[in-house]
Ligand binder design. Structure first.
Ligand code: 3HC
Length: 301
């Protein structure tokens, strides 16, 4: 069944070679998923050998995990690893018919990446972005072909999270949107069509939820108590563990983007700002970095 508002899949472009710009946390996971489920060559590009090496290391770890859990056989893993290459040369993405960027969440940087990619790929190539919260319409605005840009927002851990937000920017063509859905389908993800609004749907909810929890902790509730209080909601992982997974800096970036567009509906979170400034992992840093509980009787049991 076609998701509400999604175009006809018959419009989708064929994807035979995938380029990924960036080799960080999300990029490496996305690379493995594309190589595994689309069965096409994937080339991952970053700025220097160190970053590329790090990304390829993360790819190897992900594939090892797939083997350890029995999802992928040893020979299939070898083929999978063989189909993912790393490069520092943007030109190596020239023959890709689908390029997804997963670089740092800075609008100007993402615009530059798309502009550079557009110079070297075919006019038919679809450009996708994994942005968490930035305007995809703005990201595409200065391109010769802004209609080729579509949002494809994955969640961490990419292999395990079933959802992908497919984002329709102002100029996104039916072909680009259809390709986004067709790709999500092949990746065996649940695709939802969402508007190009700050934080889309999931991060808008998530940042509010996590912001409220950080605020409670900042005012003295111990992390363990906050986690325990929320357990009956049935969250798949305690909020502070989720923060560790996502990274406080990403959380703060999403919040800042939302505030810039939507103002006081997304209040500042001094607790989150402090966590980012401390630059340590949340679970370990929260009790140290944030004030002690006001009431020592409030203890996790
Ligand atoms: N890589 C691959 N597979 C993984 C994985 C990883 N890093 N982590 C977990 N999995 C798989 C496991 O293999 C397992 O698969 P199976 O059930 O088929 O065997 C399944 O996920 C469940 O894993 P586990 O049994 O090890 O552990 P849990 O039951 O505790 O689940 C979890 C782990 C799936 C990560 C779960 O805790 C969860 O859903 N957490 C919430 C994560 C979340 O909300 N992510 C969204 C973050 S927001 C975001 O990314 C957006 C960005 O823009 C900020």
């Amino acid at each position: 069944k076609r998701p509400v508002g999604a175009p006809d899949k018959a419009l989708a472009r064929k994807v035979t070679r995938v380029g990924i710009v960036g080799a960080g946390l999300m990029a490496a996971q996305i690379a493995v998923l594309f190589a595994q489920r689309l069965g096409v060559p994937v080339v991952m590009r970053d700025l220097d050998d160190e970053r590329v090496g790090h990304g390829l290391g993360a790819v190897r770890q992900s594939v090892e995990r797939l083997v350890a859990s029995g999802r992928v056989s040893e020979p299939a893993a070898a083929r999978l690893l063989g189909s993912i290459t790393g490069t520092t040369e943007l030109a190596d993405l020239a023959s890709c018919d689908f390029v997804i960027e997963a670089v740092t969440e800075v609008l100007a940087l993402k615009k530059r990446v798309f502009a550079e990619v557009e110079q070297i790929v075919s006019p038919e190539t679809i450009l996708a972005t994994n942005t968490s919260a930035l305007s995809i319409t703005q990201m595409a605005a200065d391109l010769a072909h802004p209609e080729r840009v579509v949002g494809l927002h994955f969640f961490n851990p990419v292999a395990a999270m079933p959802l992908v937000e497919v984002i329709h920017a102002e100029h996104t063509s039916p072909e680009a949107l259809a390709t986004g859905f067709a790709v999500a389908d092949k990746l065996r993800k649940t695709a939802v069509l969402v508007a190009d609004r700050p934080g889309f749907v999931v991060n808008r909810l998530l940042v509010l939820l996590l912001g409220v929890i950080v605020d409670a902790v900042e005012h003295g509730t111990p992390v363990e108590v906050a986690d325990r209080a929320l357990r009956p909601l049935g969250l798949p992982m305690p909020p502070f563990e989720l923060f560790d997974l996502v990274g406080p800096a990403v959380g703060l970036h999403v919040l800042t983007s939302l505030r810039a567009d939507l103002g006081e509906r997304f209040p500042r979170s001094p607790g989150l700002e402090k966590l980012v400034a401390d630059g340590t992992k949340v679970v370990q840093s929260a009790p140290k970095g944030l004030p002690k509980p006001v009431d020592p009787a409030i203890q996790a049991t």
